[in-house]
Design a protein around this ligand. Structure first.
Ligand SMILES: [Zn+2]
Length: 229
């Protein structure tokens, strides 16, 4: 066997070995069960800049807040922004402008967003519900006689964010709050079903025209300003 032939055989053998190893690694990755995300976030969150999360840019933000700091709030934002197909929000209070920016950013990317809000809180000064509506996001207000006090979000019917945290600046920066983040199907699916039930129940189409005034959000001068929630 010539030296050239021997070199060729050895070269082919090396290539075959490399490909086999690569295939083996890929196979292991497929066989290994995917890690299910479970995380608990506590608030108040450390105050830090989140501009780089909301608007990734090659230019550095020049604001005075700390940068590149991972906080409970930045984690919350990243989970919300991980949506690739849908985001369902069931929120008593929504006045946090950074969270509103995150939802608007998803909407501009074509993510399907549904917002179920408390009808009284939606009308309070500072509420971002009107901003979402103006952007074309589908918002429904709960009409039941009991208070709609939920604070949960479901991302892609896969990831649940639920806890005591109202989506307000006060709650994020000043209150002791918690948010459980989980992909455990036994926990996520009941929230998916409950959101669907409440969404259908709040469909204006199923009410008579005489009941439509329930859906009109008005702001009167004697309503309280944004509550500390
Ligand atoms: Zn900044």
């Amino acid at each position: 066997m010539s030296v050239t032939w021997t070199v060729k055989v050895l070269g082919l053998g090396a290539v075959a070995l490399t490909l086999s190893l690569e295939l083996f690694v890929q196979l292991l990755r497929h066989l290994r069960p995917r890690t299910i995300l479970n995380e608990v976030l506590f608030f108040p969150s450390e105050v830090a800049c989140v501009e780089h999360i909301l608007k990734p840019s090659p230019y550095s933000c020049l604001c005075m807040l700390p940068h590149d700091v991972e906080t409970s709030f930045s984690r919350l934002l990243r989970h919300i922004l991980s949506a690739s197909s849908s985001l369902d929000l069931c929120l008593f209070a929504f006045s946090n402008m950074d969270l509103c920016s995150a939802v608007l950013a998803l909407h501009s990317k074509g993510i399907i967003i549904r917002v179920l809000a408390d009808s009284d809180y939606a009308a309070i000064t500072g509420s971002q519900i009107g901003v979402l509506r103006k952007a074309g996001i589908c918002v429904r207000c709960d009409l039941s006689s009991v208070c709609m006090h939920h604070k949960f979000a479901v991302v892609d019917d896969r990831l649940l964010l639920n806890g005591s945290l109202n989506w307000t600046l006060k709650a994020v920066q000043s209150n002791m709050e918690n948010v459980v983040v989980t992909e455990v199907p036994d926990l996520v699916q009941p929230f998916v079903k409950e959101f669907h039930r409440l969404w259908v129940h709040s469909d204006p189409a199923q009410y008579k025209s005489s009941d439509q005034n329930h859906f009109i959000i008005t702001k009167t001068s004697d309503e309280p300003e944004l509550m500390n929630i």
